[in-house]
Design a protein around this ligand. Structure first.
Ligand code: WT7
Length: 627
């Protein structure tokens, strides 16, 4: 985009927001085009968020059917499995047919508009078909990342009241088998009410089938009709639920609706990646995360750009996997996470430079702040110094990118998401919620106005939605992020200011890890904080107090890790568990996490005022126990 084109977009929004947002909606095919764009208020007494409310459309038809006349036999997605070179391309016609078959199978099993379906799947083409099938019949998909435990799956099944789960026999990643079906069986034992489990064959492992409940996809696929009408959906009908961690309690079911989400994904994909006819787009994110929804699946498909579905890890079979794959497939845009970049940077330049990478025209990063050193390596080595980088800041809650430099229009700065996209209105506020004006300032990042891709509610708990995002600073959407605006007016996200930890781009709530730890019978109390980590960005540091008379031991440590693996998943296992005789508390009994954070960070000379603690002595014990 040229600076003039970007300026024109900002100007169009500023002069007539309604017309601007209706224009963006024209990127989609509507059964009934909306007469109005945004209708919202962040004020407590009139709180509501609606976009394109009288519009009618179907997202699956937008991703598939509308490409059929011109490009039925073109590639819609490229499946790149764990073992390099064993993948295949799937055309729009094929993906359309499989989506319809899946939709028909779901219908046979009693799934209809508004019903929730849990997906617990590897990155296989059938996963795309399953998501699109839900969208096609108006069912609400909720994808659960394959790294979550059976108990986590059960919690999500119960929370959204799903009666159908779609899974695979096993996952296969980095050469390791992941027992997806076995995990679903365990989840169903914990959360009764699941009537159908559809099992896709990935590895062919021999998995037990429950009579009447379990259905093998391959047994039915060929008899199912390869067409299925796309259900006309109201723009505000829910499209999906995605569970994400917050500062308190169990994960929230973030709800995205159809028209606004699709518009925002289509608009941001166009602005950020400027798709071309010969693109092959590779977003490495798993569909278990929002990035996988918006930019592995929906964004590219909406634009008719072939997308890579990668079911592996960047370091398998070796550190050149991404670069070898880019050359073999002819990838033009790579969109990945800082944690992957840092892991590959550690392996040196050799695995990169032995591959050409000359098909690439754009690089992207997402999920956590990227440190300037990793940014430079990505730019200089991966991009040969010639490729622009989009450092895209956004959240599960925002549906799509909100801030990023735009190649050609914005100058890049290593580590800065730079500027908001058109229609996005960030402000920085202090602890009291007063706006911090001007440049060269830091504060809490809020947004003053809505955008089409904004989440609409927390599934089953609308009050929690309002309380979480709109009460801290009344009238504003609070992102949970700290941020600096530099002297040029460019934004630098500094990370979460709430009790959310970003481990390798995975969002983990401290409260969830704490409750997993205290589930161990010997644990009296636990407090979890983030510590900086070279590779992961942040790591989980847990302080655990055992019951009186109990002594910390390697055996208990193993059990505590197992507890976290059981309640959440291996991705939440702490980097470090420190046994602590006591936790620093105020006289009213509140744990002073500020002090724990400093101890975890190793900034022992910056513990601040400890005189208000009920027992200042515990701090010395914690410092001594840090080792
Ligand atoms: C949190 C949201 C964005 C979708 C995937 C993660 C952090 C995300 C950036 C970035 C700095 C970033 C923020 C945000 N974050 N992208 N480019 N620069 N920080 O979605 O799991 O909902 O996490 O990730 O802290 O609040 P998520």
């Amino acid at each position: 985009m040229t600076p003039a084109e970007l300026a024109a977009l900002h100007e169009a929004h500023a002069s007539d927001p309604q017309a601007f947002w209706l224009d963006q909606a024209r990127r989609l095919d509507w059964d009934r085009f909306p007469t109005r764009a945004g209708d919202w208020s962040f004020d407590a007494d009139a709180f509501h968020i609606k976009w394109y409310e009288d519009g009618v459309l179907n997202l699956s038809a937008n991703c598939l059917d509308r490409h059929l006349p011109a490009k039925a036999d073109d590639t819609a997605l490229v499946f790149e499995p764990d073992a390099p070179g064993t993948g295949r391309a799937v055309t729009y016609a094929e993906l359309h047919a499989d989506t319809c078959r899946f939709a028909n199978l779901l219908k046979e099993r009693g799934v209809g508009k508004g019903d929730r379906v849990i997906l617990y799947l590897p990155m296989i083409p059938e996963a795309a078909a399953a998501m699109l099938a839900c969208a096609r019949i108006g069912a609400v998909h909720s994808v659960v990342f394959g790294g979550f435990s059976p108990e986590s799956v059960a919690g999500r099944i119960e929370d959204c009241g799903a009666r159908v789960v779609i899974t695979a026999d096993e996952g296969l990643r980095g050469g390791k088998h992941i027992p997806l079906k076995a995990n679903v069986d365990a989840a169903c034992d914990l959360a009764p009410g699941v009537e159908t489990v559809i099992v896709i064959t990935r590895t062919g492992a021999d998995v037990p089938f429950v009579r009447g409940r379990d259905v093998r996809w391959e047994d039915h696929k060929h008899r199912l009709a390869a067409d299925c009408p796309a259900e006309p959906m109201g723009a505000e009908d829910p499209l999906f639920i995605l569970y994400t961690s917050g500062s308190t309690g169990k994960p929230k079911g973030v709800v995205h609706t159809t028209g606004g989400y699709a518009t925002w994904v289509a608009a941001t994909f166009a602005w950020v990646f400027e798709p071309r006819a010969d693109d092959l787009f590779w977003c490495t994110a798993d569909i278990g995360w929002v990035t996988g929804h918006s930019y592995t699946l929906y964004g590219p498909l909406l634009h008719g750009v072939p997308t890579v579905m990668f079911d592996g890890v960047p370091t398998f079979p070796d550190a050149s996997r991404l670069w070898e794959t880019i050359d073999r497939l002819g990838v033009t845009i790579l969109y990945t996470a800082p944690t992957a970049i840092r892991a590959l940077m550690r392996e040196g330049d050799a695995p990169v430079v032995k591959h050409r990478r000359d098909s690439l025209r754009l690089l992207g990063t997402v999920g956590e702040p990227i440190n300037p050193e990793a940014w430079r390596w990505y730019h200089d080595v991966v991009g040969d110094g010639r490729l622009p980088i989009v450092d895209t800041w956004w959240q599960t809650e925002t549906g799509g990118v909100l801030m990023t430099p735009l190649p050609g229009a914005t100058s890049m700065k290593p580590g800065s998401a730079t500027r908001p996209l058109p229609g996005i209105a960030p402000i920085l506020v202090d602890a009291e919620g007063h706006e911090i004006p001007g440049n060269d300032v830091s504060g809490n990042l809020c947004l003053t106005s809505s955008w089409p891709g904004q989440m609409r509610t927390v599934w089953g708990d609308h009050q929690r939605f309002i309380d979480t995002y709109f009460r801290t600073y009344p009238g504003l959407y609070f992102t949970g992020d700290g941020c600096r605006r530099d002297a040029d007016g460019d934004y630098w996200i500094t990370g979460r200011v709430d009790d959310v930890i970003n481990v390798s781009g995975h969002r983990i709530g401290t409260a969830e890890v704490e409750s997993a730890l205290v589930a161990h019978p010997l644990v009296a109390e636990a407090a979890v904080v983030a510590a900086p980590h070279d590779l992961k960005g942040q790591a989980i540091h847990a302080f655990v107090t055992l019951n009186a008379g109990e002594e910390g031991s390697p055996a208990i440590l193993t059990e505590l890790n197992a507890e976290v693996r059981k309640h959440i998943g291996a991705l939440a296992i702490p980097e470090r568990i420190q046994f602590a005789p006591g936790l620093p508390k105020t006289r009213s009994g509140k744990i002073m996490r500020r002090i724990l954070r400093k101890i975890a960070e190793g900034q022992l000379d910056q513990l601040g005022d400890t005189s208000t603690l009920a027992d200042p002595g515990v701090v010395d014990q914690l410092v001594a126990g840090r080792g």
